[in-house]
Design a protein around this ligand. Structure first.
Ligand SMILES: Nc1ncnc2c1ncn2[C@@H]1O[C@H](COP(=O)(O)OP(=O)(O)OP(=O)(O)O)[C@@H](O)[C@H]1O
Ligand SMILES: [Mg+2]
Length: 313
């Protein structure tokens, strides 16, 4: 698969601050790629360099084969952009905004279809300054699609949206992918990234700390699946005496599992021992768990503290 975006050894300095500090990643054509990282990690800086809005300090960047700083005029017709801090003319309505963009891009656009796509039909003719924050975001996404772009950059398009509106934007993203477009997304909602993305890069303090599919990243950086038990405190000692790796977490006891079958054996042992338990469940790390571990590791300059094992050989 060819690459829509290629970033190599990218650096952006603001005075003494290296906000982007030697970043490498690719976005493949037709995929949903999510760029994740804590506040101030360097996401918007990177995205705006790719959009041709900021000049890089060093490194190489190709977007649809073009250098965005040099070829912005050619690139602009082929990419769609929703900036993180989207603002619009206060007196114009969403419908007028779409018409304006359509004229600028010399495109014919079905504005009702576009407004319906982002669930903004009921506000089509209301002035921008009377719309809510979430409605502003939806309008930003609609405007990014006016020029029928091959590649869309959506910088936190779902921040501040209610759960239903967020899902509407997810549907838009899935539809864009279904139409063969490439989507470059930044978001702080890890569950959203896990559900939507083919691939992800996590950036922290200007450096990439992980790249891969959500499953790959969870496998590589996550902890093994655990059995979680709530019950009397003696459970932990009993499990530890079996040589299991036991941790306590918020009133519960967790044991790492080699396989699902281990869970059955452990439960059988507990039943036979007569110890009291209230509930059990199994738990695997999510992308959010892994994100917190990776970002925590970088902030401390070392690995996150492992929970203290209470038993084991
Ligand atoms: N124009 C600028 N001048 C000086 N410093 C800047 C500028 N833009 C960004 N920075 C700094 O660069 C770093 C990265 O900022 P950036 O906006 O890229 O982060 P981000 O990952 O998008 O964060 P957020 O999740 O909060 O949107 C921050 O420390 C920020 O203060
Ligand atoms: Mg940002």
């Amino acid at each position: 698969m060819s690459a829509s975006v290629e970033v190599s050894r990218l650096v952006k300095s603001y005075g003494a601050l290296r906000a982007v500090d030697g970043v490498d990643f690719d976005v493949r054509s037709g995929e949903v790629f999510s760029f994740l990282g804590p506040n101030g990690a360097g996401k918007t800086t990177t995205v705006e360099i790719l959009e041709g809005l900021r000049r890089r300090t060093a490194g190489d960047v190709r977007v649809l084969g073009l250098d965005p700083w040099i070829d912005l005029a050619r690139l602009r017709t082929r990419i769609g952009v929703t900036p993180q801090d989207f603002h619009f003319f206060p007196k114009l309505t969403p419908r007028e905004g779409i018409r304006l963009y359509a004229r600028l891009f010399e495109r014919k656009v079905d504005e009702d279809e576009l407004l319906a796509l982002v669930q903004l039909s009921d506000k089509a003719d209301d002035r921008y300054d009377t719309l809510s924050g979430g409605q502003h975001q939806k309008m930003g996404v609609a405007l990014a699609l006016v020029n029928d772009p091959e590649l869309c950059f959506l910088d936190e398009p779902t921040t501040g949206l209610d759960p239903r509106a967020r899902r509407a934007i997810w549907e838009v993203i899935r539809r864009l992918k279904g139409e063969g477009r490439t989507v470059f997304l930044t978001t702080h909602y890890l569950e959203e990234a896990q559900q939507l993305s083919d691939r992800i890069s996590i950036i922290n303090l200007g450096r990439i700390v992980a790249t891969g599919s959500p499953d790959e990243i969870i496998r590589r950086f996550g902890r093994p699946e655990r059995l979680r038990l709530v019950g009397e405190s003696a459970l932990a000692d009993r499990l530890a005496s079996l040589g299991l790796r036991v941790t306590r977490d918020d009133g519960a006891v967790e044991v790492e599992l080699g396989s699902k079958a281990d869970a059955l054996q452990i439960l059988e042992t507990i039943r036979a021992s007569g110890l009291k338990w209230e509930s059990f469940s199994t738990r695997s790390d999510t992308l959010e768990d892994v994100f917190i571990r990776l970002v925590g590791r970088m902030e401390n300059g070392s690995l996150p503290a492992e929970p203290e094992p209470e038993g084991g050989p």
